[in-house]
Design a protein around this ligand. Structure first.
Ligand SMILES: Cc1cc2nc3c(=O)[nH]c(=O)nc-3n(C[C@H](O)[C@H](O)[C@H](O)COP(=O)(O)OP(=O)(O)OC[C@H]3O[C@@H](n4cnc5c(N)ncnc54)[C@H](O)[C@@H]3O)c2cc1C
Ligand code: FES
Length: 283
């Protein structure tokens, strides 16, 4: 936890359902919608990159959803939601001005202060860009505190790419390297084609001892991206990933995420690769 969060703990209990109002909503793809929420109780929200909220819709249910906006003490937060079932489809049907309940933030998150001065390598696959965006926005907001910043992003098709406004901004930045690829191009796609690991060829070698990698995406991507990072000499403790896919309640209640004595939703979802090996069943 950052020094600031330690000194100023959140005003509102993470377990208290709070009304949250949708103040912006935008369709990002056919399946994913972005929301910005504010809190009518005016208490704001404090969170780290990698943390998530439990969303509740009355009469429908709840779902853990990552926070995708830049971390810190804020009046609002953002989420990117893929419609897959009852809760997430019902969220997509809500409109600006509607209210739902949020609890959190939950999970360990990651304190970016601990990698200050290092080169940062972000590797995001598919919906993994949602939680990864929180890390990236933090790094780019206080750019001077980090070494080289490199962002690799892979989607299935051009139509599946999330946060296209951000992608355009990142591509233009002179102080960050950004590479995107798709598995299956369409007729209009002029960018790179191939799985995300092919992007590693574009990345100039950096001092592995001074590099921190963040790999967030589907399990198959995770496996091969970690091999690339290890191949570049990164230490297992310098590779960070999210094991959020193992969860259900996200709150330490259902035991669904438990690997031996570890509740992934409480001690994770962000783990170093050294810890992931310890939790080998997790991958
Ligand atoms: C820590 C955490 C962070 C998450 N962050 C995001 C996010 O930022 N954006 C987002 O869209 N989703 C995120 N998810 C996944 C999201 O919680 C599930 O998609 C949601 O719970 C589905 O609820 P539902 O009622 O809409 O669907 P359900 O009716 O519960 O399920 C519909 C289908 O989705 C599958 N499913 C359910 N939960 C998951 C899961 N955790 N992972 C993969 N498939 C699942 C089910 O097996 C079923 O096939 C996150 C999950 C966790 C644990
Ligand atoms: S997901 Fe339910 S206890 Fe961790």
């Amino acid at each position: 936890m950052t020094q600031a969060l330690k000194e100023n703990p959140p005003l509102v209990s993470a377990y208290l359902p709070r009304a949250a109002k949708i103040v912006e909503k935008r369709k990002l793809t056919d399946g994913e919608t972005w929301f910005r929420f504010t809190f009518p109780d005016a208490q704001g929200v404090k969170y780290l990159a990698g943390q998530f909220m439990e969303v509740s819709l009355f009469g429908i249910g709840g779902a853990p959803i990552s926070i995708c906006s830049a971390p810190g003490q804020r009046d609002d937060l953002e989420m990117c939601v893929r419609a897959v079932g009852d809760v997430t489809r019902a969220m997509h049907a809500l409109n600006v001005g509607d209210t739902l309940a949020l609890r959190g933030p939950f999970g360990n998150g990651f304190d970016m202060d601990t990698v200050a001065g290092k080169d940062l390598l972000f590797v995001a696959g598919g919906l993994g860009l949602a939680p990864c965006r929180s890390f990236i926005l933090d790094a780019l907001t206080r750019r001077g505190q980090f070494g080289r910043v490199t962002i690799l992003y892979g989607g299935r098709t051009p139509k599946d790419l999330l946060f296209r406004d951000d992608l355009a901004v990142w591509a233009e930045r002179k102080d960050a390297e950004f590479f995107v690829t798709v598995d299956r191009p369409d007729a209009d796609w002029k960018g790179r084609t191939g799985v995300i690991t092919t992007l590693f060829r574009q990345v100039a070698k950096s001092d592995p001892a001074r590099t921190a990698a963040f790999i967030i995406g589907p399990p198959i991507m995770f496996k091969f991206a970690v091999l690339e990072a290890l191949g570049r000499g990164l230490g297992k403790t310098n590779i960070h990933c999210s094991l959020e896919r193992r969860m259900k309640c996200g709150l330490g209640m259902c035991g669904h995420c438990q690997i031996r004595n570890v509740y992934v939703c409480q001690e994770g979802p962000i783990f170093s690769y050294a810890d992931v090996i310890r939790l080998r069943e997790g991958i």
